[in-house]
Ligand binder design. Structure first.
Ligand code: ZN
Length: 485
């Protein structure tokens, strides 16, 4: 790809990504087969950081107390540009790639069913491309690449912000899989608080002496009833959902312990806090009724994701430069088959990139990059590696993730991301303009972490599940290793 009038450094990142499309694909597919749940992304981060290290980045592992987090830095001085993304899989959605029907790789195992594997490959490829171009063309600045674990549990980035890792950052980029090549600005996603409610009672024989027991599961059930009643009075944009993580062991033992894990979401951070506090009151009422003790543990708390308009316009210009991948008939047919299987409209793959027409429409989902987006101006690059109309966290959203559809979408994403970063290195005054407009965009709202100040990351989250499935998953790991040339 050669475009006239393009800055030579920008041309060199586009060429680098094109030349290294095989390495990008191998990295993406390797992570697809690792399929590691949040907090257990050990092989994933090891592969990512070793590639960045081989390519000259300085690596700080285990930042903010997350064993599977890392910060890779290259360069010096201003501007300081951060890139961050996630790479965790989801439970129970192991799915063979390139197969348009339900077919597990390992029955019951975790699987990528959204595409965070491609996120990681896009970020690493773009970072190395930018570093090479900076060297070749004498551009100054600092690139900070953040590996952010456990996005599905909304965990890591609020800790990075709280611990000062973004204090020196001028602008930040987040890249995420989509079925579109697009960017947006304004409020994109919602705030969320994730918390455990643990109830403690007293066990007894459920048939012989139930009057001696205090049933912790009763408290979970009563909290559920209270939340269901409360839901009727939610404002638009508020959502809450839960899973019971401990419901006792067997019916003839009255459960002395039971627990439920809730997500509370609201379009803004203050609203999420109010919703969470109301949930706490309902939990206290449930504990009182069931004569149990209650312990509340906030697992994660994130601000709504926002994006800066000036940065979005820079990204959009690069989307228009790079363009949408050209899909083959076979890729279109695979997409339609999958859409048929999932019972959604058979529209095939997106033919063109999306236009930037105005502020985003805020959605109910959340992402832990929200806190970054209130600390520094941030842009998001959405790249087209998945199938339109297929909902994330469904097996069908895993079926394209190690196919040419994911690879071509990732290549477009890495080009847009690298080219956009280059724009801020070539013209550092763009960063100053983004920072100025960012202040205005915040509209006087002061960012204060929702995360409790003394909160520690849950290191053993998902460990037992991952340990139990790894031996069966290992034979499916790729044998080859990505090499960036
Ligand atoms: Zn995601």
């Amino acid at each position: 790809m050669a475009v006239s009038n393009l800055h030579p450094a920008k041309q060199s990142v586009l060429d680098f990504v094109e030349r290294n499309r095989q390495a990008l694909s191998t990295l993406s597919d390797s992570i697809f087969y690792f399929a590691e749940l949040g907090m257990q992304e050990h092989r994933t981060i090891e592969l990512m950081t070793s590639l960045l290290e081989e390519n000259g980045f300085t690596i700080e592992r285990g930042i903010s107390g997350f064993q599977t987090a890392a910060l890779a830095t290259w360069g010096s001085g201003a501007p300081v540009i951060a890139i961050h993304t996630e790479y965790d899989a989801n439970p129970s959605n192991s799915q063979r790639s390139g197969v348009a029907e339900r077919a597990e790789i390992v029955p019951g195992a975790p699987g990528h069913c959204e595409g965070h594997n491609v996120n990681a490959a896009v970020m690493v490829t773009a970072a190395i491309a930018v570093k090479r171009a900076m060297e070749e063309h004498g551009l100054t600045g600092t690139i900070k690449v953040f590996g952010a674990p456990a996005e599905e549990q909304l965990l890591s980035r609020p800790y990075f912000v709280r611990d000062g890792f973004f204090d020196d950052v001028d602008v930040a980029f987040h890249n995420h899989i989509s079925d579109q090549l697009k960017t947006d600005y304004g409020l994109i996603q919602s705030a969320a608080i994730s918390a455990d409610f643990k109830f403690t009672g007293e066990s007894a024989h459920a048939a012989v002496a139930p009057w001696k027991g205090r049933d912790a599961l009763d408290a979970v059930v009563l909290m559920d009833v209270g939340m269901a009643q409360y839901r009727e009075h939610f404002q638009p944009g508020m959502t809450a959902h839960r899973v019971i993580t401990d419901g006792g062991e067997q019916p003839n033992v009255i459960p002395a312990h039971a627990a439920v894990w809730w997500y509370f979401r609201h379009p803004d951070a203050a609203g999420a806090r109010v919703l969470f506090e109301r949930g706490c009151e309902i939990a206290k009422g449930a504990a009182l009724m069931a004569n149990c003790e209650l312990q509340i543990n906030v697992r994660a708390a994130v601000w709504p994701v926002r994006a800066n308009e000036i940065m979005a316009k820079v990204v959009q210009s690069n989307i228009e430069l790079v363009g949408m991948p050209t899909w083959t008939d076979a890729e279109q047919e695979f997409a339609r088959q999958l859409q048929r299987q999932a019972g959604v409209a058979e529209k095939g793959l997106q033919p063109t990139f999306s236009r930037l027409t105005g502020p985003a429409k805020q959605i109910a989902a959340s992402n832990d990059s929200g806190d970054v987006s209130w600390a520094v101006p941030m842009a998001r690059v959405w790249f087209p590696s998945n199938i339109p109309n297929i909902t994330f966290h469904h097996w069908a959203a895993g079926a394209a993730l190690a196919t040419p559809i994911a690879h071509k979408g990732g290549e477009a994403g890495a080009k847009v991301l690298a080219a956009s970063i280059l724009d801020f290195l070539i013209e550092p005054e763009r960063a100053a303009a983004a920072k100025q407009s960012f202040k205005e965009e915040l509209g006087g709202v002061t960012y204060e972490p929702l995360l409790p100040a003394d909160q520690r990351p849950p290191a053993d989250l998902n460990q037992a599940v991952m340990d139990s499935f790894r031996p069966a998953m290992e034979p499916h790991y790729l044998k080859e290793r990505p090499i960036f040339a």
